[in-house]
Ligand binder design. Structure first.
Ligand SMILES: Cc1cc2nc3c(=O)[nH]c(=O)nc-3n(C[C@H](O)[C@H](O)[C@H](O)COP(=O)(O)OP(=O)(O)OC[C@H]3O[C@@H](n4cnc5c(N)ncnc54)[C@H](O)[C@@H]3O)c2cc1C
Length: 427
């Protein structure tokens, strides 16, 4: 989102300075060197509805690198792997009564036709899903997915948030077949493209440079915001923050903001993710995504990137989401990796130790915001202080965090800020 903001500001004729705390660009979409392959720390796919992403690729001349692939889903339940995702697979899923399978499909269809999501903001995802699928259907199909992502927050998630997730995947179909996208070269490709454009147009990028404090100085003067970083204190006409909202709290507090305002940012909840990636000499399944409902493994599913993007040897992600204060989050990376290997072996008993070629575990503290019921009314304001705008992925609720959504929102925000400063658009 920060890159998209800076890029759009450049197009509007501004000269933005981008402060990034990490040693690389991309945040959740950043990559690392995994056994000689540049790979994203967290799995990513694109959907047919990702309009803002497609527009950006066009502008960066990268549209030819976008590839679409028919993908399959699976469901690993109590030691057995079932096909999942298509209407036929759901109807054949004998672990649930036929009426529950039909209710599941009706709910999926309802998610595609529903337009007014505001009433869903007020009710919980679990009660909404139970109403549609029944207690047993919810237990088998959803409960474990929520528990191993949100733990104590599972029962308070907003129905609007889960609706937007189901709809996004449901819409990504061609001839009724799930079709997902990937970019050749991965996210690094568009991230580098954006960085090059920003710098070419006079913007500046500073890596390993966390912002420590923000203080508004007046209402509309030039240099109206004081920003503190390792470089000391600098003045900017305006600041647009795109760091996770909970991290905004100390930055505002250091600038002397009202404690009631700071508390609004502290109150935002997010779960962390320890995301294991494993390179194997053979596939685990033929699926891109396999939901896992098995008491031995504390994960919602596994994601076999190689079944979307033809990467060899085979790449599988195993994400462990949990609140960062959960005792398990303190476990060493090796423990998550061992659990992941055991899980992959349970799903594919043909997998042997010799097939495991490499492994890695990345961690992100603010990996998934918890969007609870009545979330809309709990969001802090977008422009809480003069010439300071603050957004993160929750600002485009009920959409879930996503690359396209962050790009689209960030670009719109940059145009809005530019107009508020009375700068007008590009020449
Ligand atoms: C496991 C996982 C899987 C995902 N899968 C998908 C997917 O399949 N498809 C999809 O579209 N999206 C997916 N996403 C989401 C996608 O990666 C994000 O929505 C997108 O990258 C959001 O980017 P952002 O810039 O809004 O936020 P972030 O990526 O969180 O960026 C925030 C940035 O702020 C920086 N920062 C923090 N504090 C400071 C500070 N004080 N000063 C300066 N900088 C600071 C951070 O280092 C970071 O770079 C996934 C995310 C995760 C974690």
């Amino acid at each position: 989102m920060g890159l998209a903001v800076a890029y759009e500001l450049c197009l509007q004729g501004c000269r933005p300075v981008l402060f990034e705390a990490d040693d690389r660009l991309g945040g959740m979409a950043a990559s690392f060197d995994f056994a000689g392959v540049l790979l994203e720390r967290y799995y990513h796919f694109h959907c047919l509805s990702d309009q803002a992403f497609f527009e950006l690729l066009d502008e960066l001349n990268l549209q030819a690198c976008l590839r679409w692939q028919e993908t399959r889903m699976g469901f690993f339940l109590d030691g057995r792997l079932y096909p999942w995702g298509s209407a036929g697979a759901v109807l054949n899923f004998r672990r649930l009564p036929l009426i529950t399978r039909i209710r599941y499909l009706l709910h999926a269809a309802r998610c595609l036709s529903l337009r007014d999501w505001k009433p869903l903001d007020r009710i919980s995802a679990s009660s909404w899903l139970k109403k549609w699928l029944g207690e047993k259907g919810y237990q088998v199909l959803w409960q474990k997915l929520f528990t191993y992502k949100f733990y104590q927050h599972s029962d308070s998630l907003s129905a609007a948030w889960i609706w937007s997730r189901i709809r996004r995947i449901g819409q990504s179909r061609r001839w009724l077949k799930e079709t997902l996208g990937y970019l050749e070269g991965g996210s690094e490709h568009w991230i580098n493209g954006l960085a090059t454009e920003i710098q070419r147009q006079g913007g500046e990028i500073r890596l390993s440079m966390p912002v420590d404090g923000l203080r508004p100085l007046g209402s509309s003067a030039l240099g109206a915001v004081e920003l503190t970083s390792r470089n000391g204190v600098e003045r900017f006409d305006a600041v647009i923050s795109t760091i996770p909202l909970p991290l905004v709290a100390p930055v505002l507090a250091n600038g002397g903001a009202d404690p009631d305002l700071v508390a609004q940012y502290t109150a935002q909840t997010s779960v962390a993710c320890a995301c294991v990636v494993i390179q194997t000499s053979k596939p685990i399944t033929g699926n891109f995504w396999t939901n896992v409902n098995d008491p031995r493994f504390a994960i919602p599913g596994i994601i076999e990137l190689s079944n979307l993007r033809p990467l060899k040897p085979h790449i599988t992600y195993v994400p462990y989401y949990m609140p960062a204060d959960h005792p398990d989050y303190a476990r060493p990376n090796g423990a998550f990796i061992n659990d992941s290997i055991n899980c992959l072996k349970a799903i594919n008993p043909q997998l042997e130790d010799a097939d495991i070629l490499a492994s890695h575990c990345s961690r992100y503290r603010y990996a998934q915001p918890v969007c609870g019921t009545n979330f809309l009314s709990q969001l802090p304001p977008l422009n809480p202080l003069p010439n300071i705008w603050i957004a993160d992925t929750t600002m485009y609720y009920p959409e879930d965090r996503g690359i396209s959504e962050s790009i689209g929102f960030g670009r719109g925000l940059a145009r809005q800020v530019n107009a508020a400063l009375g700068r007008g658009g590009p020449e």
